[in-house]
Every structure is written in structure tokens, then in C-alpha cells.
Ligand binder design. Sequence first.
Ligand code: PYC
Length: 332
Amino acid sequence: MARNTFFCIDAHTCGNPVRVVAGGGPLLPHVPMIEKREIFLRDHDWVRRALMFEPRGHDVMSGSILYPSTRDDCDVGVLYIEVSGCLPMCGHGTIGTVTVAIEEGLVTPREPGKLAIEAPAGRVAIEYTQNGRFVDQVRLFNIASYLHATDVEIDVPTLGPIRLDVAYGGNYYAIIEPQKNWPGLDTMPVTEIQRLSPLVRKAAQDKVAPVHPEDARIRDVTHVQWTDKPRHGRAHARNAVFYGDKAIDRSPCGTGSSARMAQLAGKGKLKPGQDFIHESIIGTMFDCRVESEATVGNHRAIRPSIAGWAQVIGHNTIFVDDRDPLAHGFQV
Ligand code: PYC
């Protein structure tokens, strides 16, 4: 009989969950995070399933496990765990993880207000502001993001023909702007977005099958981003990002916002130095910016930054016990 104990600190970033595993995560070899991610998925994926799926998690659950970084220019390595797998990069997860790490003393920054994390997708610099022990805001300077494909035509039963773009912001996104068969977020119930998104994702993947030009381990359309006009006067746009089998991000999604800015920049609609305030499906906002131009392989790219807040909501000591027939989680 074995009982595994995970000491987790639960938080949310603008409404989306972040479960940070501060103790009990599997020991992994001291190799770059992109390699740790592969080893974890091969040998320890039950940990992700146990902590993300029901009965310990839910359809939208997301989190991270902290590891020492192998890079001299990073303070900590972050493995992102989620209902859909282990993401190369996660924006809301980074904002939540940094908030937890600073408030709970898991990481000591080399310089006050500044950190750098090693994500599987690359180095991400962080700036944060504090009020006493509490973190007010985290800004992450994301990896280079680019527009991969434009005007991809797909035809999904009951939705009909639509056009989408595919852009990378740490994950590959199918991005759908308002058009005849997608009049916008207020015209479709969330349950219908959840039903249609896996079909759109598969159709986009079948047509485009993106592979990162600098690392083939990062590939495939994994997320779908439905876009619309903002509701809030401060915001420039609104989205609903779909991931996993049923999840709609409650935050505006960090890698989704990066991909969206890369899409708009790639189409000449956003320039370096411009702000992009992004509103989520529940009305929370990220303050995003195109920081500079960049390249990814032969693609013109941008370096986006994303700022948001997170709230620690509790300590959670979780048991995963061999006697439990549902020890490794389930999905309905
Ligand atoms: O914030 O990058 C993000 C993210 C990815 C999936 C859910 N949130």
C-alpha cells in the first residue's frame, strides 16, 4: 500500500486555477525543462492526472511543479501541468506560480521585483510589484511569438465554413475572428463553444499541423481562441480560449494573448510599443504589450509581454492512495 502526498498551494489568475506543487513532485534528472517535460510525460504522467482531473481537480484545472533551473540566467524551472497535458508555456500559470513562489517564499529573487523562469518553451523574464508580502501584479516577457498561417478554411458540421489563422504564443492557437458563421461570443452559449472547439482544433490541425521551426518537440494546434469585441471600455478585445476536452480559460490566457498579438502584428494591425488590453470571458483583464520585433526560424515575430494578478486561495495537502480506485483521476 502506498500513499503519495502532494503539498500544493492553490491560487487563481484572473479566475483561472493554478495549483502549484510545492512538495511531493517527482524527482527528475537535472536536464533542461523541455527534456524534463518529456521525461515527466513518459514516466510520471499519473501525477498530473491525479492532481488535475476529478475528484481532486476538475475540467479546467491547471498548475505547475517547480524544479531547479539548468540555466545560469534563470532562478527556477517551471513544469506546467494541465488537464490537456504539459504545456510548453502557460501565461496564467506563470502569473499564478510567480505570485505563489514570492508570497510563500519558494523562490528567492536575485533582484527585488525581478525573476527569470525556465519554461519548457524558453526563458521568460518576470517583473512583479509587491505591497508588503503580497504580489500586486506580475508581468511576463514571453518567448517570441509568430503568425504561422492565415486564412485557413475549414468546414465543421453545424458551424459551417469558417476562416481562421494559426499563431504561436507558447502554444499553437487556432484563432477565429467574427465572421458570418461566428458572429461573436454573445451569440453562442459556452456549452456550444465547448462542443465545437475540439472539432475546430482537429480541422485546423489536419490542415496546418504546425511544428516550431526551432524545436520540433513544440508542435500541433492545441488551443482554440474565439475572439470578439470587448465589453469593457478599457479593453481592446475579448476572447474565449478552449483547452483540454472541456475547459474555457477564465483569464484572457497568456499564451493565447501572445498568439493573438502575434496574429495582429503579423497582419500589420499592432506595432511594437503598442498596448493590447485583453478581456476574458468573465470580464477579467490582462495588460499586454508588443515589446519588440523578433524572429522565429524564418518567420517575423514579436516579443509580447503580459501583465495580470493572481490570488493565493489556500494550502492543499493532497493524498493519492493506492487503495483508491480513482487514485489517478477520471474524466466524464
Ligand atoms: O494562460 O497561457 C495561458 C493558458 C494556456 C492554457 C490555459 N491558460
